[in-house]
Ligand binder design. Structure first.
Ligand SMILES: CCCCCC/C=C\CCCCCCCC(=O)NCCO
Length: 587
């Protein structure tokens, strides 16, 4: 009797607990659903308002200038345009309004712009009243910036609905410096959600298209810059690069992009997903149609004002001597990192670049990247040292971009089932793919403790030393490297979801903190596609199959080559890029 009363009480307690848990769960689910619905409404309104504002601006500007006047401005490169503006041939306002018109027509095709920077008009007018334009090295040059750059009274959402209308109180350091040099920041450009993938968009602003083939991706995360500059809507833009986000869209959109050594340019005032992520050297950098513009940008912004506004930036002005060096350089070249085999068009581009640089007088020697798999393990372990905690946190209540879903699912996968999961992934991906299984196990690994992170740092130092020991060669040390910017060229978005497979060529130089830039060298030919039909990759697994499928319909699309130098030799890297572009010509 006693037992049955006790068990009855137990049942009541259990039932009550179950009831309370269910009620609590339902309240949480409902409140999250409500928050998400409110955010979606806000997002829709934000996007509609911006589109309306762009349409109104287009209508206002429609009759301001003749087609011929606009064509004359749009036909100049950045160096020519600045010089024409300094000589008073075009006013900064006329240049701005011409580029606003062009940029808005680009975004109608590719959805590359997220916001018009309205204050640009007043800035252009103020510049127009200046009596000595020659003191401004970027006088009247409209400059586009990635959405995550902080600009006073504008939001910088990184594609998160919860960040809408969270306005910046001040301009970021780069924007302040640009303005002080006479440049006119005029639009903000789209990016992948939280900038943590090579995708082209986010649920807030939508996807961006490749200007050379609208149904293909422009790459990311600086997708808007790639599409806008590639489409002729901006002469100079700024992106960010943590794994390849400047160089990858540059390669896919047929433009030039440069990632400097970390701490040469200021990141202050930028919005990013993981503010304390110091192990992985995020940088900002310029993107443009030609290397001359990248040089103009770097030469101008490495100025006393930036060193003053951000005291943690190494106060190294542009090294004219290093940039102007004319001695023949010893340049290592490689067409394959042994991990992700590039498609034939990419391999051909590197061999073309080798020939061009030889014709320019340089000495090209074959080079082999040491143990890229090790670099990959270190990069992934450091990049997700928190077990993806921060990524998961900021994506709470948000619509998650479908491209990020596989990554987030892995980050949520229970670690205790990791070995089994890894085994199953190995089986599923064409029966045996050790690298895909490894990728899975690196991502399901939860938060690493401090000793593990210190250990990873120490091993990264060892890898760096080993890497540069291969530059010391009996016939003479290497000055630079050239190689692929990616194994792939542009293709449909769905093939660009597995970041690991795509990033090995660019993320390596983030781990090593090397300056690296991409220069367009050729376009995919039918012969490249015929050769691609026999492509099997190094592993014959799902990633290799994806690389092949992605590039099957890419005839006519741009192919870039990556140039790399040692840390702090940024100007030498730009020199190699310029020699290459001069020799290849503009595509
Ligand atoms: C040899 C190294 C291979 C590393 C492969 C890394 C794969 C995934 C890493 C996670 C994704 C990071 C994406 C960063 C994209 C980017 O550059 N974003 C810019 C933000 O500033």
């Amino acid at each position: 009797m006693l037992i049955s009363t006790e068990s009855k009480n137990c049942n009541i307690i259990l039932l009550t607990l179950c009831g309370l848990t269910t009620a609590y769960g339902t309240v949480i689910v409902l409140s999250n659903w409500r928050k998400n619905r409110q955010l979606r409404k806000k997002a829709l309104k934000r996007r509609e308002n911006e589109q309306l504002c762009m349409q109104q601006l287009l209508e206002q500007l429609a009759n301001n200038y003749t087609k011929e006047e606009q064509a004359e401005i749009l036909g100049l490169n950045a160096v020519e345009l600045v010089s024409a503006a300094q000589q008073g041939k075009f006013s900064p306002l006329k240049i701005l309004e011409t580029y606003w018109t062009k940029a808005i027509s680009c975004t109608k095709a590719t959805n590359c712009i997220t916001s018009v920077i309205k204050v640009a008009k007043a800035e252009a007018q103020e510049l127009g009243a200046c009596t000595d334009p020659s003191q401004f090295p970027l006088f009247g040059l409209p400059v586009s910036v990635k959405e995550c750059y902080g600009i006073k009274d504008m939001d910088a959402t990184i594609g998160l609905m919860s960040e809408i209308n969270n306005l910046d109180l001040d301009d970021c350091v780069l924007v302040k410096v640009l303005k002080s040099l006479g440049a006119v920041p005029f639009v903000k450009t789209n990016l992948s959600q939280i900038t943590f993938s090579l995708a082209s968009g986010n649920p807030l602003f939508g996807d961006t298209s490749n200007p050379h083939r609208l149904e293909f991706t422009p790459g990311g995360s600086s997708s808007g810059e790639g599409a806008l500059i590639g489409g002729g809507g901006s002469l100079l833009g700024f992106g960010t690069d943590t794994g390849g986000s400047i160089r990858f869209p540059s390669h896919l959109c047929g433009i030039c992009g440069f990632k400097p050594t970390c701490n040469r340019l200021s990141l202050a005032g930028l919005h990013g997903p993981i503010p304390g992520h110091v192990n992985i050297a995020t940088t900002i950098g310029p993107m443009a149609r030609d290397v001359d513009t990248l040089v103009l940008a770097m030469r101008s912004i490495l100025c006393p004002l930036m060193f003053e506004l951000d005291p943690y930036i190494v106060p190294m002005p542009f090294d004219e001597k290093l940039f102007g060096c004319t001695k023949p350089l010893r340049i290592g070249y490689y067409v394959d990192d042994g991990f992700n085999k590039p498609v034939p068009a990419v391999q051909r581009a590197v061999m073309m670049a080798k020939k061009h640089l030889e014709t320019s007088g340089h000495i090209l020697v074959p080079y082999k990247i040491p143990n890229v798999e090790r670099a990959w393990e270190l990069f992934m372990s450091l990049c997700f040292a928190d077990g993806g905690k921060r990524c998961k946190e900021i994506l709470k209540n948000e619509d998650i971009d479908p491209v990020l879903v596989p990554l987030i699912q892995k980050l949520y996968f229970p670690k205790c089932l990791g070995k089994l999961g890894s085994f199953l992934v190995n089986l599923r991906n064409c029966w045996k793919s050790p690298r895909i299984a490894k990728d899975f196990s690196l991502l399901v690994e939860k938060e690493r403790n401090i000793s593990t992170v210190w250990n990873l740092e120490a091993q990264t130092f060892e890898y760096k030393a080993k890497f540069f020991s291969t530059w010391v060669q009996p016939e003479g040390n290497l000055d630079a490297l050239i190689g692929p910017p990616s194994a792939m060229v542009a293709g449909p978005q769905k093939h660009f979801e597995d970041t690991t497979a795509i990033l090995s060529y660019t993320a390596l130089y983030v781990l090593l903190n090397c300056p690296a830039g991409c220069v367009p060298v050729t376009k995919v030919t039918q012969d490249d596609i015929d050769a691609l039909k026999n492509y099997e990759g190094h592993f014959g697994d799902a990633w290799d199959k994806n690389t092949k499928d992605a590039c099957m319909d890419s005839v006519g699309l741009p192919v870039g080559v990556q140039c790399i130098t040692k840390p702090w030799k940024d100007e030498l890297c730009l020199r190699v890029m310029l020699d290459l572009q001069k020799s290849v010509g503009l595509l």
